[in-house]
Design a protein around this ligand. Structure first.
Ligand code: SF4
Length: 307
């Protein structure tokens, strides 16, 4: 899926459900994790009023791992490169990689000093540091190299050349957070990039730094296409390009009306389940641990979960 973090506060509108593919995935991965992230950590952002346990959960839910890190930096640098293109400028890939490297160093340094304990929203927090995992310098360096390799692939893509020659007024989205309403819930989307091609079709572009996860990707693209239809008046079919920057593969998917209907039905079902889970006062008993222990390895809550 497109790199998508929780970029909105939990309680934007109290009592109103904010749905995203990320939240849905969290619920499907482990109900206990979902509970700790969305309910038990509530109020942990206020250091003055939060109790120790709530604050701890709040800090833990902001942890990232080194694999996610590469995706975040690559998306940030691509956004920077395309923002420059939009104003008629360009950033050489060497400069992008250099800037990405500086950012990674700064975030690594913040995390290893534990600055996130004071401010987990603004300071980078690595799972590996919090859990004192043994990670060699080579392994950290490898993540920086992956970042640079992804940016170099991006730079050489024919798609990027096509984007450069597309007038900015045909660009529709660039890492733009947006939302639409479905089932009285706010459905949050953040397409990496979207534009109108020369055949007047909307093209959704998703930059990938990880391996293909087709189930997640299918739902995410269907939800983005549902948004595209509402926001940009898309005709029958939306094109979606999944760009795997590590392997230099571009997969094109055509999203039909039937795909959109499928996506919306999945969202409706998910919203219904989230509402059932949160009815009344959500208590931990309603949210069992997953039986699949392979999901626990990189779970931010494993210390407090006691699995
Ligand atoms: S450690 Fe495992 S069981 Fe516990 S919350 Fe995380 S994923 Fe769920």
């Amino acid at each position: 899926m497109s790199y998508q973090m929780d970029f909105w506060p939990e309680d934007v509108v109290p009592g109103r459900l904010t749905w995203s593919v990320t939240r849905d995935k969290r619920m499907r991965t482990c109900l206990r994790r979902y509970y700790l992230h969305h309910y038990a950590s509530r109020g942990g952002g206020n250091v003055k009023t939060a109790d120790r346990e709530t604050r701890e959960l709040y800090v833990l839910k902001h942890l990232r791992n080194r694999y996610m890190w590469v995706g975040e930096i690559v998306h940030e640098m691509i956004e920077l490169a395309l923002t420059a293109v939009r104003r008629g400028d360009s950033v050489p890939v060497e400069q992008l990689a250099e800037r990405g490297t500086r950012r990674m160093r700064a975030q690594y340094s913040e995390s290893i000093q534990g600055m996130y304990r004071e401010n987990p929203v603004l300071k980078y927090a690595f799972f590996e540091h919090e859990y004192r995992e043994e990670v060699s310098r080579e392994e950290w360096r490898l993540q920086r190299d992956r970042m640079e390799a992804c940016l170099r692939t991006f730079e050489g893509l024919p798609l990027v050349e096509a984007i450069r020659s597309t007038p900015p007024f045909r660009w529709l989205a660039l890492e733009s957070a947006a939302s639409f309403e479905l089932e009285s819930a706010t459905i949050v989307v953040k397409p990496d990039f979207a534009y109108r091609d020369t055949d007047e079709r909307v093209v959704l572009v998703d930059w990938k730094t990880g391996k293909p996860r087709l189930d997640d990707e299918k739902l995410q693209l269907a939800v983005y296409a549902a948004y595209a239809k509402r926001a940009w008046g898309v005709a029958d079919v939306t094109r979606a390009l999944l760009v795997y920057l590590e392997t230099n593969d571009v997969v094109e998917i055509q999203l039909s009306e039937a795909d959109l209907e499928w996506g919306e039905s999945q969202v409706r079902e998910s919203v219904k389940q989230m509402r059932e889970l949160s009815a009344g006062e959500p208590t931990i008993e309603r949210f069992p641990m997953t039986d699949d222990v392979t999901r626990c390895g990189l779970c931010s809550f494993k210390r407090v979960c006691h699995r």
